[in-house]
Design a protein around this ligand. Structure first.
Ligand SMILES: [Zn+2]
Length: 334
């Protein structure tokens, strides 16, 4: 197994694309078994298979209403798995989905999970004006709060689309009443990423003086690059033992990691979308069949809870979190 090849043509920042590398080249550190185990953040982005950003050009938004919804069935499957493991998670839910299946949002909340906001219509933040972003975020937050009759204070952007070009969105999130964000992916990628950004949870000091707690998508340095250790397509791409090794390395350093999946990643029977390129097809459909069993193993191997609980447990004194300024930026509408 040590010679198992790993194809990593999923990320343009990796130097070995698209060739294979041996796992033994990455898995070089011995991690002791008796490490203190931080409480990691388990998250799900609740959208359906036809709403992913990679299908934007292939699927007209106006056709969403006519496509068969599978998100409810897939999310209920997730809730069942989480109940079996007695673990809570944060669900970043699209306002569009909440309107279609309001009972699902209530069910998620009634199971004790954290309901959080994934925007309304899965538009990339850097494709919106600040005013559009504010309007759609506010609309989604209001829909979710009315359904669960409780405040929604945690946010994640569609496809992690808070990048250098859209840092202004953080200020709007704080103004709209969000206290926590998990939208920044500190890597280089063709659709998202803020290369060089802090990799651990931190407080963002905004130009207005407000603060926002950022839990960036987890990465770790290996082979001279930052590898995502975070879920989604990477979790389906990597052999499970590589995902576990990388995540354990983060925990061995005393830090929690954030893990994410989408309900459609547990659904190998979803309708296939035509008219997409081979890379998009690979990223979306690779190893869907293995995902449920892998998630089951991950839930056995690590401690998880919601983003809020993970922060509370691992950083009881928020004042001791590192503070980061992303540099001065102006609202484009100012
Ligand atoms: Zn999403």
């Amino acid at each position: 197994m040590a010679t198992a090849g790993l194809k990593l043509d999923d990320n343009k920042s990796l130097p070995f694309t698209p060739n294979s590398v041996k796992l033994s080249a990455i898995m070089t550190q011995r991690i002791p078994d008796n490490i203190v185990r931080p409480l990691n953040a388990l998250t799900f982005d609740v959208e359906d298979y036809f709403q992913v950003a990679a299908f934007d050009a292939a699927i007209d938004r106006n056709s969403w209403d006519r496509l068969p919804l599978r998100v409810e069935k897939n999310t209920l499957l997730l809730l069942e798995l989480l109940a079996r493991h007695q673990v809570k998670a944060t669900f970043y839910i699209l306002g569009w989905i909440a309107e279609k299946v309001p009972g699902l949002v209530r069910e998620i909340a009634e199971c004790g999970h954290e309901v959080a906001c994934h925007g309304y219509g899965h538009k990339l933040v850097y494709h919106q004006s600040p005013q559009e972003f504010r309007d759609e975020t506010r609309r989604s937050k209001r829909i979710l709060e009315e359904l669960i009759q409780a405040p929604v204070s945690s946010y994640r952007a569609a496809s992690y689309s808070i990048t250098r070009e859209s840092l202004w969105a953080l200020e709007i999130l704080a103004e709209e009443g969000f206290t926590t964000d998990s939208s920044i992916f500190p890597i280089r990628h063709d659709r998202y990423g803020l290369k060089g950004g802090p990799r651990q949870p931190h407080l963002v000091r905004l130009p207005s003086g407000r603060q926002l707690l950022e839990f960036p998508i987890s990465t770790i340095r290996a082979l001279g690059v930052y590898l995502p250790v975070s879920g989604g397509g990477y979790f389906r791409l990597y052999p499970y033992r590589l995902s576990r090794y990388l995540a354990r390395r983060i925990n061995a350093g005393g830090q929690p990691f954030v893990f994410y999946l989408h309900p459609w990643e547990l659904d190998p029977e979803q309708p296939r979308i035509e008219n997409v390129g081979p890379l998009t097809r690979f990223r979306h459909y690779n190893n869907l069949r293995r995902c449920h069993a892998r998630l089951n193993r991950l839930l056995c191997d690590f401690s998880f809870s919601t983003v809020s609980e993970s922060i509370r447990a691992d950083y009881p004194d928020l004042d001791r979190l590192p503070v980061h300024c992303y540099g001065e930026y102006r609202l484009a509408s100012a």
